[in-house]
Write a protein that binds this ligand. Structure first.
Ligand SMILES: [Fe+2]
Length: 302
């Protein structure tokens, strides 16, 4: 009974959060909630990525444009090879149509986005290492103005489907929390003809496209102009940060042979209210990383 009441209260506050349209108001509420977070000292000089060691501009670009490219290779070939080995044969599911129990070798034609389980990703040291890079955490901290919490880790195949674009393939704003950002990394070479992520430049702080859940491309062009639609493509191992309250979508690839594997790591002030977290026990390799238990508390028992 207590649990049902707790879930209902969480749902109530989650819906209130989703109803707030102005990003400025959302960021203000996030800053109030941030008062309860501990202060953790980060040293971005220890980042694996040169651009993030010296970054002074990425956070500002993210706050205004809604996305920012990182020029470094975020997952080098050695790490990519190890990740591909570890996900080999793992089950996939498409949460948008409640489809599961298949693998990358037999993705059903009705699936658009096929996800690995979060638990399996928390077992992959290369992913946890990237999520905890001090330069990346510092950028998240600068953006959120507080010690970040890793609130989600996802890895999915964006694939061709004969049916019309749906769900995250339509333009939308993510309303996971009052304020959050996401790191995206392509694990396959991703061009304009592949499934790729698209952001609408300068939509983050606009009140346009805040009334409905989904918008067509024509509606977005009318509101923001064609030139505002930016396709974020890149080679294996490259990535960018997105402030996903910006208007964005994922495209549909032009043919069956084209499959894009995307890693997403989400940082927020606290956990996402709509989520039920179950942290998994860290394996030996992950424990050896010596990462901060508070930042990782929703994903890992360290
Ligand atoms: Fe989204």
């Amino acid at each position: 009974m207590k649990n049902i009441i707790r879930v209902k209260i969480k749902r109530f506050f989650f819906l209130i959060q989703r109803s707030i349209r102005k990003n400025k108001t959302r960021v203000f509420i996030a800053s109030l909630l941030a008062v309860f977070s501990p202060r953790v000292r980060l040293d971005k000089a220890e980042s694996s990525f040169n651009s993030l060691k010296n970054d002074n501009e990425y956070t500002a670009k993210l706050k205004s444009s809604g996305y920012v490219n990182i020029p470094d290779i975020l997952l080098p070939e050695k790490n990519l090879a190890s990740i591909f080995k570890k996900i080999d044969g793992l089950e996939l599911h498409d949460p948008y149509i409640n489809l599961d129990g298949y693998t990358v070798d037999n993705i059903p034609s009705i699936a658009h986005c096929s996800f690995y389980s979060r638990e399996s990703l928390c077992d992959i040291v290369e992913i946890i290492h990237l999520a905890n890079d001090p330069g990346i955490l510092q950028l998240a901290k600068d953006y959120l103005n507080v010690t970040p919490t890793i609130s989600n880790i996802s890895l999915w195949w964006g694939t061709y489907s004969e049916s019309d674009p749906r769900d995250n393939e339509l333009f939308h704003r993510d309303k996971d929390d009052y304020n959050f950002l996401k790191l995206f990394v392509y694990l396959t070479n991703t061009g304009a003809k592949d499934y790729n992520l698209v952001f609408v430049e300068n939509s983050l702080n606009s009140i346009k496209a805040t009334k409905k859940l989904r918008y067509s491309k024509d509606e977005i062009i009318q509101m923001f102009g064609k030139e505002s639609i930016v396709h974020l493509t890149g080679g294996r191992g490259t990535g960018f940060f997105g402030a996903n309250y910006s208007v964005h979508n994922g495209t549909t690839p032009v043919s069956k042979e084209r499959k894009t594997l995307v890693l997403q790591i989400q940082y927020s002030v606290r956990g996402i209210m709509g989520e039920e977290y179950k942290a998994v026990a860290a394996n030996k390799e992950v424990k050896r990383l010596n990462i901060n238990p508070w930042i990782n508390r929703l994903m890992l028992k360290l």
